[in-house]
Design a protein around this ligand. Structure first.
Ligand code: AMP
Length: 249
């Protein structure tokens, strides 16, 4: 069984995001970039399936400029077998990403495709769902547990007020939620081994698809600054402030 994992290069989650002065987007130059955290969980899940003998190959795919190869390489250092870099200088919206991934699926014929539930930079939470629609494959989104048996993926999903368990006929699309697993760290020998692993480069404009954007970003703004707090001496002062100043009780 082959597992394809889609990984996005995003601003590292520890970095404080700065909005560009002209409000057209966020500052990405000289900023630490990493693999989208939900995609790390996707890679980990694929590796665990391989370690259990269920998957035979884990292939990582990323779409973007030359530097996404670094992100693919970090997935190879975690243990994935090989990478595919769909190269483009253009910023791609979720529909375009889903169309590109569909082309890679047609080429690679995976049994399972795992994506993150959302990229932490655009918070779209669209690509897995769009990919399932384009491929007409079943989807298990926000997975917190995945079991593969009898050519099915049994996916436990975190839904409002509890857990839902569904069965998907393979091939299928899964998107990962935070509690699916805890990703491993890359070991030094694996980082060395990853340098020799293959990354195939496919130019997006060779795929013959319409990747044009479907929306325009009008403006990006910083959230309103939080006002600093005050220290109160005791509970009665706190209650006074809540009643008379904040007027919340
Ligand atoms: P989004 O719909 O943008 O929130 O992204 C959801 C998931 O789609 C991510 O967690 C990735 O698994 C995948 N994805 C989004 N953008 C890319 C990209 N440029 N390259 C590879 N995978 C991507």
């Amino acid at each position: 069984m082959k597992v394809l994992v889609a990984v996005k290069r995003v601003i590292d989650y520890n970095v404080r995001i700065r909005v560009k002065a002209d409000q057209t987007g966020v500052e990405t130059s000289n900023v630490k970039m990493s693999m989208n955290p939900f995609d790390e969980i996707a890679v980990e899940e694929a590796l665990r399936l391989r370690e259990k003998g269920i998957a035979s190959e884990v292939v990582i795919v990323s779409i973007g400029g030359q530097n996404v190869q670094e992100t693919i390489r970090s997935g190879l250092a975690l243990g994935a077998d090989r990478g595919i870099h769909c190269e483009t200088g253009q910023e791609m919206q979720p529909l375009a990403i889903a169309k590109i991934l569909k082309k890679i699926i047609e080429k690679e014929n995976p049994n399972l495709v795992i994506l993150g539930k959302q990229a932490i930079d655009d918070d779209s939470n669209q690509t897995a769902q769009m990919l399932a629609a384009l491929t007409n494959w079943p989807q298990g989104t926000f997975a917190s547990k995945v079991v593969i048996e009898n050519n099915e993926a049994i996916v436990t999903r975190e839904v409002d007020g509890g857990l839902e368990t569904i069965a998907l006929k393979l091939p299928a699309i899964i998107s990962t939620d935070l509690r699916l697993n805890e990703p491993r760290y890359a070991s030094l020998p694996n980082i060395m081994k990853a340098k020799k692993k293959e990354i195939e480069v496919i130019p997006v404009n060779s795929l013959g698809l319409d990747a044009a954007p479907r929306f325009t970003t009008l403006k990006v703004e910083e959230p309103a600054k939080r006002q600093s707090g005050v220290k109160v001496a005791n509970i009665s002062e706190l209650v006074q402030k809540l009643v008379h100043e904040a007027k919340v009780i």
